[in-house]
Ligand binder design. Structure first.
Ligand code: KG4
Ligand code: ZN
Length: 358
């Protein structure tokens, strides 16, 4: 079956056609209209501008998605759309468009949770994970660990109590001069920092803790992993400490080495995630791990969790970088399983800014 899926929860409008042959998915088209340039001058996403840009883009990218997949609406058996969580005005554009298109063409419609969508990007891999598994969602709005009991039933087992990891990279990155969204630039700056700290071009992350840069007290930052049994995080504590560190440097006139600073910040963020994932894998000794979301593109996090899972003898499924950010193909994959579970929507479907997984 061909699935036509829409994603418009934040600053990317995407339409995708994905074919499911009963065993595996193949992405026939995955058109993404990014609004990053539009929002960059403001240093972050402006919700009203995002909604307008989605409205302007959605028809065009739907034609593009159908054309480049070589299909027409007559070939589409299912329409899937992100209905929550996200910016409400942005979500409404996709939901209303998908509802109208499905109703006018007599095609079944399914609503998809954005986070389940991110995780479903892993179903597009040649070797797809099978539930039950543990899932880590790391994005601009989420830092959470889930128990995926089935393709559609999720339980949250750990989450951030305040900021998300991606949001914290974006905010601190902005202060040190990285354009929005800062995640990728932060990743690259950190790599240079790790290399500078250790003198190693490849195996720098594991050697970092022994470096003089790590022992430099003026660069100390707290771990965002909460102490105790909880699998929760607090990225706002790390962010505030980083802002104070930057202020201290400014006030004392000491020039900050942004590469070493970025490396330190990334190290604390990645180690916190690795710590809680290690605890989650210990708690669920039978389960493999899926990592997804925009921050799953982070090279240090990918390498650290790959190493952790290898040592703990678990499989780790991470979508390719091209499917880590927001896209329609991941929504199509989750849409298929929602359809299979009978979660079909009608014209009363509404968008919601809120998480649906508890
Ligand atoms: O999943 P996503 O595209 O949108 C949300 O659902 O939030 O995630 C966007 C986030 C942004 O915070 C962006 O800075 C971050 O993913 N990101 C990265 C990297 N690439 C994107 N963060 C760290 N390292 C990266 N390489
Ligand atoms: Zn996302």
């Amino acid at each position: 079956m061909n699935i036509l899926a829409f994603e418009s929860s934040c600053d990317e409008t995407s339409a995708s056609v994905v074919f499911y042959d009963g065993e595996r998915f193949s992405v026939k088209s995955n058109i993404i209209a990014s609004q990053i340039e539009t929002h960059r001058v403001f240093g972050g996403v402006v919700p009203e501008i995002a909604s307008r840009a989605h409205t302007e883009a959605i028809s065009r990218i739907t034609y593009e998605a159908l054309d480049s997949a070589g299909v027409t609406l007559a070939d589409i058996s299912l329409v899937a759309v992100t209905a929550n969580p996200g910016l409400i005005g942005a979500l409404l554009v996709g939901v209303n468009f998908a509802k109208a298109l499905a109703a006018a063409n007599g095609i079944p419609l399914v609503a998809v949770d954005h986070i389940k969508g991110h995780i479903a990007a892993a179903y597009l891999l040649d070797k797809a994970p099978k539930p039950p598994f543990l899932a880590l969602a790391v994005s601009g709005g989420h830092t959470a660990i889930y128990l995926a009991e089935s393709h559609t039933d999720y339980k949250i087992i750990g989450t951030t109590r305040d900021d998300a990891i991606g949001e914290s990279f974006d905010k601190i990155g902005r202060i040190i001069g990285i354009p929005y969204p800062a995640g990728r630039g932060f990743d690259e700056l950190s790599t240079r920092g790790f290399i500078k700290a250790t003198g190693e071009k490849t195996d720098f992350y594991s050697k970092y803790k022994k470096s003089a840069a790590y022992k430099d007290k003026s660069m100390t930052l707290p771990s965002p992993a909460l102490a105790g049994d909880s699998l929760d995080f607090s990225f706002s504590g790390l962010k505030t400490a980083a802002i104070n560190l930057l202020h201290r440097h400014e006030q004392s006139g000491i020039a900050l080495d942004t590469e070493l600073f970025a490396a330190r910040y990334t190290f604390e963020a990645v180690e916190a995630v690795a710590k809680k994932i290690g605890e989650a894998l210990t708690k669920y000794p039978e389960l493999d791990l899926v990592m997804a979301g925009g921050v799953a593109a982070n090279s240090h996090l990918r390498a650290r969790l790959t190493d952790l899972c290898r040592r703990m003898n678990r499989n780790l499924f991470i979508p390719p970088i091209s499917l880590c950010g927001d896209n329609g193909a991941m929504i199509a994959a989750q849409g298929y399983y929602e359809y299979k579970a009978g979660n079909v929507s009608d014209s009363s479907l509404n968008a919601s800014a809120l998480d649906s997984i508890t």
